[in-house]
Design a protein around this ligand. Structure first.
Ligand code: SF4
Ligand code: SF4
Length: 300
């Protein structure tokens, strides 16, 4: 199944609406948006005369320190105006050497290309407060994804507990082997299964090469597939696993080769960036093919 990640840090509501409309018509299963964009997700589905009950609505919230909740800032006193960051930013978030906080997803690509150490990152901290507002608003909300790309196991478990006190729907935990060993991930999953036993479902989003799908290369997706394989070999039910982080058109093919059958493949940067310069028809054809691809070998 296909999950569209609009980007935890992406609060560009116009962009999110257009993406949801496109991928909903193409057959997406789940949409993952910033807590600030839940209303816009619903509006997009309604405006296309689609049934909200045919889709899963998910919001993402980060544990403080997780890269998905970070934002870039250009230090003007150090910036040499070389424009490399502007050219490389997958979100077109940098204009006039200033980062638009609403568009920045914290991917870190700009910093990688800056030779002058002129880009710093900070945590945006109001996601959880917005999640609480979402709960009060009674908007449809099927799943909350907790981004746990940090290196403190106990803090991750504490945050899952806190979340489950407020929300009994589906919980998705986004974890990465960059911060934990595979055994540590297994420990967290086993504990999280206990904590979430009164919730509707519990998924593990196996994050590989975070926010690197725009590379469109086999190498960018290998890490998430290898992670899923490691989890499967440790006895984790594949139908709990969603792949993310560097996912692209190779992800499902690689899964099929290795006989991994995850619940879903989540596409973020690749799905967004690939359609950004296409006209309506080409964008729809691309989206349809990508959604079909996410379903596995029998459909490719
Ligand atoms: S890459 Fe660095 S030096 Fe160049 S424009 Fe961006 S922030 Fe400034
Ligand atoms: S490259 Fe990534 S981190 Fe830098 S401004 Fe763009 S979205 Fe933000």
């Amino acid at each position: 199944m296909f999950k569209l990640i609009c980007g935890l840090g992406n609060s560009d509501l116009e962009n999110i609406k257009a993406l949801v409309k496109l991928y909903a018509k193409a057959g997406a299963w789940m949409f993952d948006v910033s807590p600030f964009a839940l209303g816009v997700l619903n509006e997009a589905i309604i405006e296309e005369n689609l049934n909200p009950n045919d889709y899963k609505y998910c919001i993402s919230i980060p544990i403080q320190g997780d890269i998905h909740g970070k934002k870039a800032k250009i230090l003007q006193q150090k910036c040499k105006k070389c424009a490399k960051c502007i050219i490389k930013c997958p979100q077109n978030a940098i204009v006039d050497f200033t980062v638009n906080e609403n568009k920045c997803i914290g991917c870190g690509i700009c910093r990688r290309f800056c030779s002058f150490d002129a880009i710093k990152f900070y945590d945006k901290t109001d996601y959880y407060e917005q999640f609480k507002k979402n709960i009060k608003s009674n908007l449809k909300l099927d799943c909350v994804e907790l981004h746990a790309c940090i290196s403190d196991k106990n803090l991750v478990l504490k945050k899952i507990k806190k979340l489950c006190k407020k929300f009994k729907g589906e919980i998705s935990l986004c974890v990465s082997r960059k911060y934990f060993s595979t055994q540590d991930v297994l420990y967290i999953i086993k504990k999280a299964e206990e904590i979430t036993k009164e919730n509707k479902a519990f998924y593990i989003q196996a994050d590989g090469n975070s926010m690197n799908g725009a590379n469109k290369e086999l190498s960018s997706t290998i890490e998430c597939v290898a992670f899923a394989l490691a989890l499967k070999n440790l006895g984790i039910n594949e139908k709990r696993i969603i792949l993310s982080g560097g996912t692209n058109e190779y992800t499902r093919k690689l899964c099929d080769k290795l006989s991994i059958n995850p619940l879903a493949v989540a596409f973020g940067t690749y799905a967004r960036k690939s359609v950004s310069d296409l006209d309506k028809t080409d964008a729809f054809n691309f989206a349809k093919k990508l959604v079909k691809n996410a379903s596995g070998a029998e459909n490719v």
